[in-house]
Design a protein around this ligand. Structure first.
Ligand code: ZN
Ligand code: FE
Length: 256
């Protein structure tokens, strides 16, 4: 039976995400940005929390864990071994390639350093689902806070190699701002122009722009298109190595 996914906003622009395995009743929260909306979503669905899957140590992803655990003390908290020293209360420490389960659903841990050194993503291959945290966003990517941009580029390439139909959930609703930037560095991309218009309409109607898919990001996300001649020309870097082009894109976005 397929996993059910419930997405909602926490704080200002963080996404809360619950995944539920109907076969076993197991339910995981991807991160815990804020306890109240996570608990409200669980109550609303009538789901019992069994797991919290942590993507990285930033407060807007972990600050709700302790309070959620007061209500669901049996919930198992999984996170990166590399960041166990700064994510309090990890019950399971994982590394690249580890398999974890949520009920009968299986996920593979993908290490995606860059935004933070210990950032991880969770890929559920049977359900074609990816929880990317703050590594990959719709039309964007996280800032390279704790590793050089080429390291983050390598992490994004790992996610970009997943099957195109993979549905991608991300840590934030940043898509409108990302679209504005993307149009400046990929001005000839017709599919991007169309998507940017769709996104403006969705946001104007108060709707979320996530999930996205790997295929859609490959076609429209400039941070996955550092080898594209149009993107390279737009930033004056025709023929340059992809990691260098990516670094320039990341720096331009930081300044923007
Ligand atoms: Zn973050
Ligand atoms: Fe975040």
């Amino acid at each position: 039976m397929a996993l059910q996914v419930h997405q909602f906003i926490c704080l200002d622009d963080n996404f809360g995400v619950l995944i539920h395995d109907p076969a076993t009743g197991a339910t995981a929260s991807i991160d815990a940005p804020d306890a109240a909306p996570v608990l409200a979503a669980l109550a609303n669905k009538g789901w019992t929390l069994t797991d919290i899957l942590v993507t990285h140590h930033h407060p807007d992803h972990i600050q709700g864990i302790a309070e959620v655990k007061v209500k669901f003390p049996g919930a198992r908290v999984t996170g990166a071994k590399a960041d166990a020293h700064r994510i309090k209360g990890l019950d399971a420490q994982v590394v690249e390639g580890d398999e974890i389960t949520v009920g009968s659903a299986r996920a593979r841990v993908i290490e995606t350093p860059g935004h933070t050194t210990g950032h991880i993503a969770y890929h559920f291959p049977d359900d074609a689902l990816l929880f990317a945290g703050d590594t990959l966003f719709a039309l964007g990517c996280g800032r390279a806070f704790e590793a050089p941009s080429p390291i983050l580029y390598g992490s994004l390439q790992k996610l970009a190699a997943l099957p195109e139909e993979t549905r991608v959930y991300c840590g934030h609703e940043y898509t409108l701002g990302n679209a504005k930037f993307a149009l400046t560095v990929d001005p000839g991309n017709v599919e991007l122009a169309r998507r940017a218009a769709d996104i403006s309409a969705l946001r104007a109607a108060g709707q979320y722009t996530l999930p996205t898919t790997i295929g859609l990001e490959l076609a429209t996300n400039p941070f996955l298109r550092a080898t594209d001649p149009g993107v390279q020309a737009a930033v004056g870097m025709t023929g340059r190595p992809a990691a260098e082009v990516f670094t320039e894109l990341r720096e331009r976005k930081n300044r923007g």
